[in-house]
Design a binder for this molecule. Structure first.
Ligand SMILES: Nc1nc2c(ncn2[C@@H]2O[C@H](COP(=O)(O)OP(=O)(O)OP(=O)(O)O)[C@@H](O)[C@H]2O)c(=O)[nH]1
Length: 821
């Protein structure tokens, strides 16, 4: 390396400070704020979604990760060794404390674990022991690995303020308690840290192993494919094969890395055994690079100090890049919290305040109810019907449709109709199509409309109850008593609305049953019904059998089928059709079926009746000459004969037609009137009166206190909400304090070519590059502020662009002289 010039000496003095103990503190004004934020957000618990930048050290087992971290911290406190040492992720937050104190007794450096809050570890060897003990407490001593973090804060005036994560090394063959898939598990664990875009990866590879096989670089590439946040760290430069050096590795000739490599020399195992101090190790490292000319031109890539500077600068730029997003996220969180807080409202003790609050709640409730019913609710669902649309569905798709599907005669058999007709005729024969049985039967069918109509009203009532629950405001949740009272009032009010709706429905059905309006213009009427019946029968009759024997058989076979097969049989009956049409019956048929003419003959006098008549006449004659004839006692239950007469068929068909026609009229009336009644008495009435009912029943001054009793957890939530809001406001404040025009003053970051980032991208800087390459290590005091874009945003060139060396070597970002070893 080139000898130190007066300028570099001056810079070195500046960095070393008085007595050589002042460290370079690039980012001092920025990173502490981030740590402050980190503390603030840790108070918020896991709900915090702010990802603060971290630096994670990854690599294969025993590659020197912990040693690198120790070098960066400048203290000897991590478990290290040739065997597996780091078995749980160690999150290490370095916090720079105030620089120096005159009071020599004051403790200036200490560590604190999250699992032992308040306990200061001033003896750093105890920190190492505590890490080992805490590791064993979790996973025992037999080489097991866990992903549960150990969190440690190191407070010191001699550290760069930064967060580092030491991760277990990648290992191939399971040993001790390690599971068979140890390699995969460790890789997954490491990836879970380094995959975050905000994580800077220190990929540690030993110089004495083939870089092409580096686990660290392979994992880093997986998490950061474009290499924009990966720094390669080459360790063990001191134990490379004789005759080899790491020049090509550091230059990125083997595996190029966008942010380049830094070579370091840590303490060897022997050094550890002999308790070599960090300070001595750093001096040794400095001498190592100084004594090897091959590294002279790579001063900016050699030594832990360069790594510290590089890291710090990248971190600063990174923070600047993510700041706007961080602010936006905090603001979003604040908006959400403010809304939540507003929903909890404030408590008031004054009667007028309570009254106003109560009035507001019941007014909102009533308006919400109406809005849901009217379909004006803002939170209207797009995935299913809700509110008023459900009421409409119940009316039209359930009620009206169900009535449409009802067949008024489905429960009326021909025998039922015939029996009704005969009963209506009393002791007489039927002359005309009877009116009474039609009325009796149609009334019975109209009565069947009552149940579905009442059910429809019930369904609507149920829906309104559901709506009433839905429109409970968030605010109402705070007051369980008020909520219960509103619920009670609402359901009793809805019940009160249901009663008149049901009464109205009963009246509607009764009205319909009470007066059968056969003059209704849509009613088919008797004559038309006979005509239709006749027409229907004509259309469906089968041809008359040619063989008279078949005529004989025909009726009897119909009779043989009994009333079960009467419908189809009646269609086949020629006699029936003839009777309906007024034509003459075939003789044979008339013999067995009686002399029926439309409306003129007692059709019940069928063959059997005739023969019994004949039999009684004979009995009379015989009585005169011989012993008396006994009549059969009529059975208790009397039914008409099995076989239907022609006239009966017509009567039945006509009666059916009349029933259907009239029922249709009534059905339409009911389909129309029931929804109207329900809407009027129940739904609209509720909408109209709800608010005044609430006022009447709930807005009572002596009830205010009771009804506005808050749920216990609401007070807790309100308090928590306020607290989190306060913390967020503090975070915003902290962010606003951040000097966005921050400019690094005493270090620079170089890209893989060895040039400072910005300079490397500037044109016409080759002479500068050359001077550095020559080991002059001088950067003009003023250089243009150019920028490099990448993941970490734009990296401006430090204004003074000074390149620091101490005695021709890079100076550390930590000042070991002050450390008590
Ligand atoms: N000679 C020499 N030895 C080193 C160097 N870096 C680390 N070592 C030694 O390598 C061994 C492992 O170092 P650690 O720092 O514990 O490595 P690690 O990667 O943290 O190990 P695990 O956490 O167990 O994976 C120790 O004995 C160190 O002394 C170096 O640059 N030079």
């Amino acid at each position: 390396m080139a000898a130190a010039t007066p300028e570099t000496e001056a810079v070195a003095t500046h960095i070393a400070g008085e007595g050589g103990i002042s460290p370079v503190c690039i980012g001092q004004s920025v990173v502490p704020l981030i740590n402050k934020l980190q503390d603030i957000f840790s108070q918020l618990g896991s709900s915090s979604t702010i990802n603060l930048p971290q630096v994670a050290v990854v690599g294969s087992q025993s590659s020197g990760k912990s040693s690198v971290l120790e070098g960066l911290v400048g203290r000897d406190f991590l478990p290290r060794g040739s065997d597996i040492c780091t078995r749980r992720p160690l999150v290490l937050q370095l916090i720079q404390t105030s620089r120096k104190t005159d009071d020599k007794t004051e403790i200036v450096e200490w560590g604190e674990f999250l699992h032992a809050p308040g306990k200061r570890f001033t003896d750093f060897s105890l920190i190492r022991k505590e890490i080992e003990a805490e590791t064993e407490r979790e996973i025992g001593s037999n080489k097991g690995i866990s992903e549960k973090q150990i969190r440690l804060k190191i407070f010191s005036p001699n550290v760069l303020t930064i967060t580092l994560v030491d991760l277990p090394g990648i290992t191939k063959v399971p040993v001790g308690d390690q599971p068979s898939d140890i390699e995969a598990r460790v890789r997954t664990m490491i990836l879970s840290y380094i995959k975050h875009e905000t994580c800077i990866i220190l990929a540690v590879s030993p110089a004495n192993a083939d870089l092409a096989n580096s686990d660290a670089l392979q994992l880093a590439k997986q998490a950061d494919p474009d290499g924009s946040r990966t720094i390669g760290v080459i360790t063990k430069l001191d134990i490379m094969d004789r005759g080899t050096d790491a020049r090509n590795l550091l230059l990125g000739s083997i595996i190029p890395l966008r942010l380049g490599y830094v070579g370091v020399v840590n303490r060897s195992q022997e050094d550890i055994f002999s308790n070599k101090s960090v300070r001595d190790a750093l001096i040794y490292e400095e001498n190592f690079f100084r004594s090897r000319p091959v590294y002279h031109s790579l001063a900016d890539r050699c030594g832990i100090a360069q790594l510290a500077m590089k890291l710090n600068h990248i971190l600063v730029q990174h923070i600047k890049t993510i700041l706007p997003d961080m602010k936006a996220r905090i603001n979003n969180q604040m908006v959400t919290l403010a809304k939540e807080l507003a929903s909890y409202g404030e408590l008031t003790d004054s009667k007028s305040g309570q009254g106003a609050l109560l009035l507001q709640i019941i007014t909102r409730y009533s308006q919400g109810f109406c809005a849901v019913v009217d379909g004006k609710n803002e939170e209207m669902s797009t995935s299913e019907l809700s509110g008023g649309a459900r009421l409409h569905y119940i009316f039209q798709n359930i009620f009206v449709k169900s009535l449409d599907e009802v067949d008024p005669c489905d429960e009326l058999t021909d025998e039922d109709i015939r029996t009704a007709i005969q009963n209506a005729a009393g002791p007489k024969s039927i002359i005309f199509v009877p009116e009474v049985p039609f009325e009796v039967l149609v009334r019975r069918q109209i009565a069947r409309l009552l149940d579905p109509s009442l059910q429809c009203a019930r369904f609507i009532y149920d829906e309104l109850v559901k709506i009433s629950h839905r429109c409970e405001s968030h605010e109402l949740q705070r007051f369980p008593v008020l909520r219960r009272k509103i619920d009670e009032t609402m359901s009793s009010f809805l019940r009160e609305g249901l009663a008149p709706a049901e009464t109205m429905i009963c009246h509607l059905i009764e009205m319909e049953m009470d007066y059968i309006n056969t003059s209704h213009p849509s009613f088919v009427g008797g004559n038309k019904a006979v005509e239709l019946a006749t027409h229907h029968i004509r259309a469906t009759r089968t041809p008359v059998p040619k063989d008279p024997a078949e005529w004989k058989e025909s009726p009897s076979s119909v009779a043989g089928q009994g009333l079960k097969g009467i419908k189809s049989a009646s269609i086949r009956m020629e006699s029936y059709v003839s009777a309906a049409m007024g034509t003459v019956q075939p003789k044979a048929a008339s013999g067995s079926w009686g002399s029926s003419t439309v409306g003129g003959t007692d059709v019940r006098q069928n063959g059997k009746d005739a023969s019994s008549q004949k039999g009684s006449n004979e009995a009379l004659v015989t009585w005169e000459s011989s012993a008396s004839v006994q009549l059969k006692r009529p059975p208790l239950s009397l039914k008409g004969p099995d076989v239907l007469s022609d006239q009966e068929m017509i009567e039945i068909t006509v009666t059916r037609l009349l029933i259907k026609s009239y029922y249709d009229i009534v059905r339409k009336n009911i389909q129309d009137a029931v929804p109207k009644a329900v809407m009027h008495f129940l739904v609209n009435h509720t909408k109209r009166e709800l608010h005044s009912v609430f006022i009447r029943k709930l807005y009572r001054e002596h009830l205010f206190e009771e009804m506005l009793q808050e749920k216990e957890d609401i007070a807790v939530r309100r308090k928590r909400c306020k607290e989190v809001l306060r913390v967020l406001q503090q975070a915003v404040h902290t962010l606003e304090e951040l000097p966005l025009d921050y400019e690094a003053s005493s270090s620079r970051v170089t890209d893989a070519t060895g040039l400072p980032f910005s300079l490397a991208k500037s044109s016409g800087m080759s002479s500068l590059h050359q001077s550095m390459a020559n080991g002059d290590a001088q950067v003009p005091a003023k250089s243009s502020k150019s920028k490099k874009s990448g993941l970490f945003g734009e990296i401006p060139l430090p204004l003074n662009g000074s390149y620091t060396t101490v005695n021709g070597s890079a100076h550390l970002g930590v000042t070991y002289p002050s450390i008590a070893t």
